[in-house]
Design a protein around this ligand. Structure first.
Ligand code: NAD
Length: 496
């Protein structure tokens, strides 16, 4: 058993009771209230962080507003924005182990995996976005203006930073999700107020330290820790915010979307998913089973695009399910500080309880638990679970469980697979496992989801837009699409 030793810097960060960054100041909540964070592997209290009040959020937005409207930041050139983002990425690289340990203690995920996945993907993404800072272009257009036939014009279209960004994120990839928002915001010249998830603010606070160290002007990046109901809602309602960007549940996303429409605040929503993994009869069954297991069990199944519905062509159904159950049964559960562990705890007792309710619901409705179906503590553990003999319309198949629970259903032919894959309120991702090129190309355009992977699942790249069809959201993160969501177009017409 190789238990990672905590870096002195990790322990020191937690012991000093981290504070929020508003403008240039590291502050407590205005009323002194705090909220406890727990280590999901033990259930024990890790530390406390400020519980931001509405007033704290308003001050953070004001700091971001002033930094955007009237500070050196508003005049920074693309090259400086590129260099600052690159510097921030370098500092994250320097502190990668510390960031990974904080993520592990706060979220429960493996520190080793967090370092090579969460932290490295965040760094790579910021570097990718640094590249865009110098490549944001408008265009010039030759216009006719029929109502003024005797005049000449020069016309062009500017792409401008959208302004103050209110960013609210979920707890499953705390640092990465924050950087998906911070990257395009800083590349385009926006300013940001980030509200990390109630459960997982630690890496956001460390990130704020690194933003300061990189040399960003005060107020460009602010972090308020607190609850969704108070701090998140205050950010959503603040009239000084120009754009809201949210990653979280569809239920909260819908509320934020309505509020944003009311004030015409720009908004992008990255929401829930129930992504299908489709295994065709001709697939390499060994890699399909391994891929399907990783698609659902990675990060304890707490992945928005997790392959949580498995459809296998009927003649291979039993074998693929048995192979996945074998992989699940061999998985070692434990603390994310132990590098030999395959699966950590869920984020909270509440999430454990939610996932457990779905498993019980399956049992009660006569479904078969092919493996797992157990929970244990201390800590919030649920064994990797595969459920079969379940109807396509069952809540287990239609609703997002957000835990290590796979529902598996056989299908007869391509049309059957597509019908069931698309029979979902969500549309975030889907994978097809097949080597039949023609079948794969027939299926790709017919799948209603923002991403389709072939012979892999949840494979993300900074250059590829990521986001959802249907109830999985509005807008895209990553790629040039993200730059478009953090900018406004301004048409300029000059009469000569
Ligand atoms: P959640 O919606 O409960 O919370 C997300 C964030 O919203 C948190 O910071 C929370 O404090 C805040 N919040 C809660 N209520 C709010 C309110 N009334 N006003 C403003 N903010 C509020 O979601 P969660 O349980 O933290 O995260 C899990 C969900 O996130 C899953 O549905 C998952 O699929 C989704 N997710 C989506 C993506 C994606 O890119 N599409 C990525 C990761 C997670």
């Amino acid at each position: 058993m190789a238990i990672a030793t905590l870096l002195p810097a990790t322990t020191a960060f937690i012991q000093r009771a981290p504070r929020m960054l508003i403008g240039a100041e590291w502050v407590e909540a205005a009323d002194g209230q705090t909220m406890p964070l727990r280590n999901p592997a033990t259930g024990e209290q890790l530390c406390v962080v400020p519980r931001a009040t509405v007033d704290d959020v308003d001050r953070a937005v004001l700091a971001a507003r002033q930094a955007f409207d009237d500070s050196p930041w508003s005049r920074t050139r693309p090259r400086e924005r590129q260099n600052l983002l690159w510097k921030l990425a370098d500092l994250m690289q320097r502190d990668a182990e510390l960031l990974a340990q904080l993520e592990c203690l706060n979220n429960g995920k493996s520190a080793a995996v967090a370092q090579v996945m969460d932290v490295q993907l965040a760094i790579d993404f910021l570097r990718y976005m640094a590249g865009w800072a110098t490549k944001i272009e408008g265009s010039s257009v030759e216009v006719s203006v029929p109502l003024m036939p005797d005049q000449q014009f020069h016309s062009f279209i500017r792409r401008e930073a959208v302004g103050v960004v209110g960013a609210i994120v979920a707890w499953n990839f705390p640092l990465l999700l924050a950087c998906w928002k911070l990257g395009p915001a800083l590349a385009t010249g926006c300013t940001v107020v980030l509200k990390p998830a109630d459960e997982t603010p630690l890496t956001a606070l460390k990130l704020a330290e690194l933003v300061q160290e990189a040399g960003y002007p005060d107020g460009v990046f602010n972090v308020v820790t607190g609850t969704g109901i108070t701090a998140g809602a205050a950010l959503t309602h603040n009239p000084r915010v120009d754009k809201l960007t949210f990653t979280g549940s569809t239920a909260v996303g819908k509320e934020i979307g309505k509020i944003a429409m009311d004030s015409m605040t720009r908004v992008t929503l990255e929401l829930g998913g129930k992504s299908p993994t489709i295994v065709m009869a001709d697939a390499d069954l060994g890699s399909a089973a391994a891929g399907a297991a990783s698609a659902i069990f990675f990060n304890q199944g707490q992945v928005c695009c997790a392959g949580s519905r498995l459809y296998v062509q009927r003649k291979h159904f039993d074998k693929v399910v048995a192979d996945i159950a074998g992989i699940a049964n061999a998985m070692k559960l434990g603390s994310g500080l132990d590098a030999s562990v395959d699966m950590g705890p869920l984020i909270s007792a509440r999430q454990q309880e939610r996932v457990w309710r779905y498993i019980e619901m399956g049992r009660e409705s006569g479904a078969t638990i092919a493996c797992g179906g157990e929970q244990f503590g201390p800590g919030y553990f649920v064994k990797p679970t595969v459920i079969v003999n379940v109807d396509q319309q069952h809540s287990l198949v239609q609703e997002e469980i957000f835990g290590p629970v796979l529902v598996a259903i056989p299908f007869d032919d391509e049309a059957d697979a597509l019908r069931m894959a698309n029979d979902s309120p969500y549309g975030l991702g889907a994978s097809i496992w097949s080597n039949d090129l023609a079948a794969v190309h027939r299926m790709i355009p017919r799948i209603k989801s923002g991403s389709v992977w072939v012979n892999c699942h949840s494979a993300l790249d900074p250059a590829l837009p990521f986001g959802g069809y249907k109830m999985s959201g509005v807008g895209r993160e990553m790629g040039y699409a993200a730059i478009e969501h953090y900018t406004e177009l301004k048409s300029v017409l000059i009469k000569l």
